[in-house]
Design a protein. Structure first.
Lengths: 153, 247
């Protein structure tokens, strides 16, 4: 079944005249604008944003460590000043919040690790749970080691 | 039996509307009906102009993906009875320009899929007389999960990166590239790497992870992308330490 080209074009021309916004054979697509606050739409997106934002706490902790090393290198008086600042109630409160954010970052990070890592033992693939357990064990071991290093000294 | 349910459908008729509008339809509530059955009821009984894609009705063809109550789902595998009470809101997939009603333009996905060369690439095909390329069950298991993709594009709809950066190659295409990279018969990983290591490739992914959550076939595209990142980084380090070695 083929219609005459003349008939087709004249009918589409008439249609176009009646509906100026309609372009025959060339659909007028609608592209939905993506809201800037898209991450508020779903709990999973909010969690993702929180995970990303806690990277700031990681960056802060790294800078703090560098400041600490710098204070240490400048002598006992400088280090004492550094410690005095950290002992203030405001600093304690702030660093408690930073610690919580770091814990959230670390836990969510470690939980994602098995998705990215495929570990093999010979031809056998290590199950995800074992990969995850390995990460947590490494974290625990590092924490215990640091604890003994700091408290034992 | 006279119970009814309201489907609110985001309609877009380009000849009449500048932008999509919601339209409500009352349909009978039947527990055995999928959302797609509800749409088919509307099309058959209430408004024949409603446009949407569907084909197999058994979660295989990947045509009937839509956003139902805010979640990208296959409408042929989503029971109306499983949805919370109240009107059911049905929209076209996010991230794709809407052609009409619930039909999106998927050309972008198709061209991206082709760009990652989702087929087996061989440096040299062995002669037919030598028989098949054999594979062990372990080698099959390496890529099996990624081969389950039905190109339904729910992962694209769930991915905020794809909506914000339309150049992003996207979850399913990268997962399918990985499907062939991990296939022991394939030798095209380097060719695919040229495409996937670009900014719009795997590195655009920030691991939101929703693509894997909505995947009806448990392909885990987010995992595929992160694995790809790890492999690429390892390869890069190797080439840095041993520049004389094979890439």
């Amino acid at each position: 079944m083929s219609s005459s080209p003349d008939l087709q074009s004249s009918s589409s021309a008439a249609h176009e005249a009646a509906n100026p916004s309609y372009r025959p054979y060339h659909p007028r697509w609608y592209r939905k604008p993506y809201p800037i606050l898209w991450w508020l739409e779903k709990l999973a997106y909010k969690k993702f944003m929180l995970r990303e934002l806690t990277s700031l706490a990681v960056a802060y902790a790294a800078v703090l460590l560098m400041v600490q090393i710098s204070a240490l290198s400048r002598g006992a008086a400088a280090y004492e000043r550094f410690e005095t600042v950290l002992r203030s109630p405001l600093a304690l409160l702030f660093h408690t919040i930073v610690l919580l954010l770091l814990l959230f970052h670390s836990i969510t990070w470690l939980n994602l690790a098995p998705k990215a890592l495929v570990v093999r033992l010979g031809r056998r693939r290590i199950p995800n749970r074992a990969v995850l357990a390995g990460h947590y064990f490494g974290w625990l071991a590092a924490t215990v080691l640091l604890f003994f290093f700091l408290v034992g000294s | 039996m006279s119970e009814s349910i309201t489907l609110q459908i985001l309609r877009y008729r380009p000849e009449d509307e500048e932008e999509p509008v919601w339209q409500s339809f009352e349909i009978p509530r039947r527990d055995e009906w999928m959302v797609l059955d509800g749409l088919n009821y509307i099309k058959d009984q209430l408004d024949g102009s409603l446009s949407y894609r569907w084909s197999c009705r058994m979660g295989v063809c990947g045509s009937c993906g839509m956003v139902v109550n805010g979640e990208p789902v296959l409408t042929c595998t989503t029971y109306l009875g499983d949805l919370p009470p109240g009107p059911v809101r049905i929209e076209p997939l996010n991230g794709f320009p809407v052609i009409r009603d619930l039909v999106g333009d998927i050309e972008d996905f198709i061209s991206k899929l082709q760009s990652v060369k989702p087929w087996i690439i061989r440096d040299e095909d062995k002669p037919l007389s030598e028989g098949e390329y054999l594979q062990t069950p372990e080698e099959l298991a390496d890529y099996m999960q990624y081969s389950m993709c039905i190109n339904c594009m729910l992962c694209y709809s769930a991915c905020p990166i794809y909506a914000l950066e339309p150049d992003f190659i996207g979850p399913a295409a990268i997962a399918l590239a990985q499907r062939y990279n991990l296939d022991s018969r394939d030798q095209g990983a380097e060719e695919r790497m040229d495409i996937l290591s670009q900014h719009a490739g795997m590195w655009a992914c920030t691991f939101v992870g929703e693509c894997s959550e909505v995947c009806p076939k448990n392909v885990d595209p987010a995992g595929a992308i992160q694995r790809y990142k790890v492999t690429t980084t390892a390869e890069w380090f190797k080439s840095l330490l041993m520049p004389w070695g094979k890439r």
